[in-house]
Design a protein around this ligand. Structure first.
Ligand SMILES: Nc1ncnc2c1ncn2[C@@H]1O[C@H](COP(=O)(O)OP(=O)(O)OP(=O)(O)O)[C@@H](O)[C@H]1O
Length: 697
């Protein structure tokens, strides 16, 4: 029998077929439990009434009570507004409406008392309230003393809709029958240790808070619980995997020593050394490695990846590196080939554009074990690609591969799963990494190679272009190279392409003494490669491009990055683009060009770029601006589909929840203790997080 909380929503008092349809379709609410988890997203403070002389423009929404002294329409035509001169018996404030004037005027009269709820602002030197909520004073609303929950509502379709009050009413009806049935979901020792309120109290107070303190405690409890179960599930997955999969023991470091002694092109940074140690410890442990390698742009991930490859090969394994795009795969291939050749290792590239004959050769060499390293795109996942012994799978992820795709790569070995190293070139905020990759161990390269000068970033308006061009000329005169990047997005591709081509024309004219390359996504692969090659070799001084050069491109002599229409790029993209310069010993510059008109968000993005070069700091701002779903793309958003916790704001609670989950699993890895039966049920019912769970299979 389905539990009480799985009862269909149409059985709730007050929900007829029409309301049920709205709840289902627009809010995804089908059951009692889903309604109870439809939490308010903010609260109106109706705890007290303010006196008009206490109000100022800095206050949030507040309520006052009193009478309308006089009501009039002032101004003409488009400036027309309705003004109510509202008094609390001592002082007066103006209430103003610019829209729906006739409708509001008809509702209001001067003879009765009202409750007004709104935000005061300064108009000239006078305070007023624009478009406040106003309703007659009744015995019910005269008391104050409560926080009014505000829910996300359904769209207003054909006049049928559920507003926040209507949803609150349904919550009340549900709470009346549900409250006594709410069971505790967390073990008693956690409740005691973290001083959590009971589940019953938390749900009651999240929907009907009596005061701020009870509301805050309810929020804390529910956020903690939500994050705790996500973390517990991820960590349990890790425990299960460690038990289930044996890893090949890779403890021979002979190739590594040879490489260190004969071919290491520079001293490794301390961060690189630390990360390599962490990886090696995993690879020789006999357990399967599952590690995320995070490093800021230009922090030197390639050599770390190569060193891991060497460990695998010295121990009789092969290595694969899978990248999300062809350009990136190519770039990795070039990067690794340089080292591989020196070590006499065989390496190949396999992408969608690899010719059939070459493909066949690769398949054979791979199966025989003659090929040591295979770099490629998701073409690596094809059935035909069979390894003799895949020892290490490196996945350059950038949030673009689904978990299921990753798992396919592991299945390419029959006896052992390969060790897995997931790399990302875009720093991920800690809270996000703990959730998206919560079942992986994490290594961070948090140091740039010595001698790098921080890139100087400035913001310039389009009107100052001539000065910017002068600067470019000087830089090129010093022997440096320059990128000029234009936005090109799918939705406005035609216009953008034109913009890029016009830009190219005018730059060619302005810099007729220099050679230019142009690269964009609409060009044929070989043309792109040719242009790129010329720039890499230094035959051209200026590269005009779209974001195709965003990741992986490595031309240490390039020292200026100009980003046109910088306001149209996201922060992660701007940071990636900037990371194309500052890769050599010279001082590098990034110039963000824009129009004068900037949205608030665009200004924050540009200011952040000017203020800092630190990818993790930038990722944090990005998370706050865009929210976790947008940052990571859609593939893994199921994991981030949280009902109440917010990864941009609840980092501390997340850390507590993760620690609590670790402690619990240390004590009871199988969750077999009687006090943990509830927990198992809870984890198993978390269908939302199915995506990540599939990593065990
Ligand atoms: N320890 C080091 N000392 C000096 N130079 C280094 C060191 N490590 C790497 N480099 C150089 O720094 C540059 C960037 O390294 P790499 O391409 O591996 O960065 P990355 O982390 O892959 O960054 P991106 O994601 O931006 O490509 C390369 O030219 C590389 O040779």
């Amino acid at each position: 029998m389905a539990s009480f909380f799985e009862t269909r929503i149409e059985f709730l008092k007050g929900v007829g077929p029409q309301k049920a349809a709205l709840l289902n379709k627009e809010l995804n609410i089908y059951t009692y439990s889903e309604l109870i988890q439809h939490y308010p997203f903010r609260y109106e403070d109706r705890t007290r009434f303010y006196k008009i002389n206490e109000i100022n423009a800095e206050m949030p929404f507040i309520q006052i009570k009193g009478r309308i002294k006089h009501l009039e329409t002032v101004g003409a035509q488009r400036k027309k507004r309705l003004v109510a001169y509202f008094s609390d018996g001592e002082d007066e404030i103006e209430l103003v409406w610019f829209k729906g004037i006739n409708w509001v005027a008809k509702k209001l009269s001067t003879g009765i008392d009202y409750v007004v709820f709104g935000k005061a602002s300064l108009f000239g030197r006078k305070l007023n309230m624009a478009h406040p909520e106003i309703e007659p004073l009744t015995t019910k609303n005269d008391q104050g003393g409560f926080l009014q929950p505000v829910y996300s509502t359904t769209e207003k379709l054909k006049n049928r809709f559920l507003d926040s009050r209507a949803i609150s009413k349904l919550q009340r009806a549900l709470m009346e029958i549900a409250h006594s049935r709410i069971r505790e979901t967390l073990p008693p020792n956690l409740i005691a240790q973290y001083r959590l309120v009971s589940k019953k109290d938390a749900l009651l107070n999240i929907h009907f808070p009596k005061n701020q303190e009870l509301l805050q405690r309810a929020k804390f409890r529910l956020k903690f619980e939500e994050l705790f179960f996500v973390q517990l599930r991820l960590l349990k997955l890790k425990v299960t995997r460690l038990e289930k999969f044996r890893g090949q023991i890779f403890d021979d470091t002979s190739k590594l020593t040879e490489f260190y002694h004969k071919h290491l092109p520079f001293d490794l940074t301390n961060a690189q050394k630390r990360v390599i140690k962490e990886i090696y410890r995993d690879m020789k442990s006999g357990k399967q490695m599952n590690r995320l390698l995070q490093g800021d742009v230009g922090s030197g991930k390639t050599i770390v990846a190569f060193i891991c490859v060497l460990i695998a090969i010295a121990n009789g394994g092969q290595a694969a590196l899978m990248a999300p795009t062809e350009i990136l795969a190519n770039q990795h291939f070039q990067g690794l080939s340089e080292f591989a050749e020196k070590m006499g290792l065989k390496i190949s590239l396999l992408t969608g554009s690899t010719k059939t004959k070459k493909r066949r050769e690769i398949h054979e060499a791979l199966e025989e074990g003659a090929l040591n390293i295979l770099v490629g795109t998701h073409a690596l996942l094809e059935e035909k690609v069979k390894f003799k012994n895949l020892g290490l799978a490196i996945i350059d992820e950038q949030h673009r591969f689904g978990v299921a795709q990753r798992a396919k790569l592991w299945k390419k070995n029959e006896d052992f799963v390969p060790h897995v190293l997931v790399m990302t070139a875009t720093p991920i905020p800690r809270t996000l990494a703990m959730t998206l990759y919560g079942d992986l161990d994490i290594s961070v390269i948090d140091e740039l190679p010595a001698g790098r000068k921080p890139i100087e970033t400035v913001h310039r308006y389009d009107a100052n272009r001539l000065k910017v061009f002068d600067f470019l000329r000087k830089q090129i005169g010093l022997g440096r190279q320059v990128y000029i990047v234009y936005p090109l997005i799918e939705e406005s591709a035609k216009m953008d392409l034109k913009h890029l081509e016009d830009g190219y024309e005018s730059i060619s004219r302005a810099f007729s003494e220099f050679h230019l390359s142009i690269v964009h996504g609409k060009m044929k692969a070989d043309a792109k490669e040719y242009e790129m090659e010329r720039f890499v070799k230094g035959e051209t001084q200026i590269m005009v491009a779209t974001t195709v050069i965003e990741v992986g491109v490595n031309v240490p002599n390039a020292s200026v990055m100009i980003i046109e229409n910088a306001e149209r790029f996201g922060l992660a993209q701007l940071h990636q683009l900037r990371g194309r310069v500052g890769r050599g010993a010279d001082q590098s510059y990034c110039i963000l060009m824009s129009d004068y008109k900037l949205s608030k968000e665009a200004r924050i993005r540009i200011d952040t770029m000017v203020r800092t070069n630190n990818g993790f700091e930038i990722a944090d701002v990005d998370l706050k601006l865009r929210g976790p779903g947008d940052i990571t793309g859609t593939q893994q958003s199921g994991l981030l589909d949280l009902a109440i916790a917010d990864l941009a704001k609840d980092g501390q609670i997340l850390q507590l929840a993760r620690d609590a989950a670790i402690t619990l699993l240390n004590k009871d890895p199988e969750l077999k203790l009687p006090e943990h039966t509830n927990i198992i049920q809870q984890i198993n019912s978390m269908k939302k997080h199915e995506v990540n769970w599939s990593r065990v299979s």
